[in-house]
Design a binder for this molecule. Structure first.
Ligand code: GLA
Length: 397
């Protein structure tokens, strides 16, 4: 929805006022490689999309934050005197969680009306929730009563977003999605060191190739998925690695593949070993992938992405039938240089694959992949050619 229509919908919903309406936007992300290792202190390599969430915000002179979305019925309210009650909202707890986290940083808020709109498909592994958190976060920090007394960087807003998700929304996620949404840079991916929360931008120069997202259209639900279970498994894995190596490191990704190899017979539980194996080898793959990308070797980059998909599929086991069918459909086209690689992106159990496809082959790729996928699953998928955009910011109407 463009800004003019958004203002119209806003005023229809909340009425007119002499207060100014301001607009904030934050993107979703695609993760190119480094899956399920942000919470293990690993390297990840996401990029912000131009698909995004935008929010129109206006002070309302009350002590209530009203929230609505252009594709949802109703208005949901977070009472600034009882933010905890918003945990039970049918919609709006990401926003309420941000209010809570930012208040803890010292912000003082008055009531506001908010209307959200967006271009990100929900539940598709493209971080629609992080984009809501980051758009809300930028809005709140800008519109707070004491905004001019506090300076909060986008990185700090990302950290607040992770805390919001962990503490308020019950998802024990890592920092990747919020960071990518807050810190995205047009035509660049970012190599993010999740242990230190430091990053480096890497130009995403794909020559005659583009990134195509293939959406399985199987909704995933992070909370309901095995996400938190995997986190518990790798916590156990870290304990074991520390015990077997006689060390006390903070993160699984502080271990190398050689160190794991040296103690692998000490793992009695094959499942825990497989999880640890994924994490430690994935961290190495991210470093290798970024190196070859910087050297312009897209063919090897694509191969590393495929190896990452194998690992998340067979060792970490978070793909599921639909993502596997989508990858397998892409894999039938790997010969001949039209499709250089494919992998699932995001938390898994549904959502999207990301594919490196020759621009001149995109239509054919969509047709072939879509046909094979539907034949296997009975679901009609969606495809988006990615453009890589900037991070969370205020925009003008
Ligand atoms: C979700 C989480 C991230 C990350 C990915 C898997 O998107 O929000 O923190 O763990 O899954 O890489």
């Amino acid at each position: 929805m463009d800004i003019k229509n958004l203002i119209e919908s806003f005023e229809k919903l909340y009425g007119t006022s002499s207060e100014k309406i301001r607009f904030f936007t934050a993107p979703g992300r695609v993760n190119l490689i480094g899956e399920h290792i942000d919470y293990c202190g690993g390297y990840v390599f996401p990029a912000a999309l131009t698909l995004s969430t935008t929010v129109a915000v206006r002070l309302n002179g009350t002590d209530k934050i009203n929230m609505a979305a252009t594709d949802l019925e109703g208005i949901f309210t977070c009472d600034l005197n009882d933010i905890e009650a918003a945990r039970n909202l049918k919609w709006g707890n990401y926003q309420a969680g941000m209010v809570k986290e930012l208040k803890a940083l010292g912000y003082d808020f008055s009531g506001m009306d908010m209307l959200f709109t967006g271009t990100l498909p929900f539940g598709s592994g493209l971080s629609s929730s992080a984009s809501i958190e980051m758009a809300t976060g930028i809005a709140l920090c800008t519109m707070a009563n004491n905004a001019s007394d506090i300076s909060t960087s986008n990185v700090q807003i990302a950290i607040a977003g992770k805390a919001c998700e962990n503490n308020f929304c019950g998802v024990n996620c890592g920092i990747m999605d919020q960071f990518a949404s807050a810190m995205g840079k047009k035509n660049h991916a970012m190599l993010l060191n999740c242990a230190e929360i430091s990053h480096e931008y890497v130009p995403l120069d794909l020559g005659q190739y583009v990134l195509v997202l293939a959406n399985t259209c199987k909704k995933h639900s992070l909370g309901a998925s095995k996400y938190n279970e995997r986190r518990a498994e790798v916590a156990k894995g870290l304990e074991l690695m520390n015990m077997l190596c006689g060390d006390s490191r903070d993160n699984l990704c502080d271990y190398t593949t050689n160190e794991l190899e040296a103690v692998k017979d000490g793992f009695e539980d094959k499942i825990i070993y497989n999880r640890v194996y994924h994490v430690i080898t994935e961290n190495q793959r991210v470093k290798d992938a970024v190196e070859v990308l910087k050297a312009g070797d897209l063919v090897t980059f694509g191969k590393i992405l495929c190896a990452a998909n194998d690992s998340i599929r067979y060792n970490y086991e978070v793909t599921g039938d639909e993502l596997d069918a989508m990858f397998d459909a892409a894999a039938t086209q790997f010969e001949g240089g039209n499709v250089l690689g494919s992998r699932m992106t995001g938390a898994g159990f549904g959502g999207c694959t990301v594919n490196i496809v020759k621009e001149s082959y995109v239509d054919e790729f969509i047709k072939t992949t879509g046909t094979l996928y539907t034949a296997k699953t009975g679901i009609t998928p969606e495809f988006y050619v990615c453009s890589i955009g900037d991070g969370a910011r205020e925009i003008t109407g």
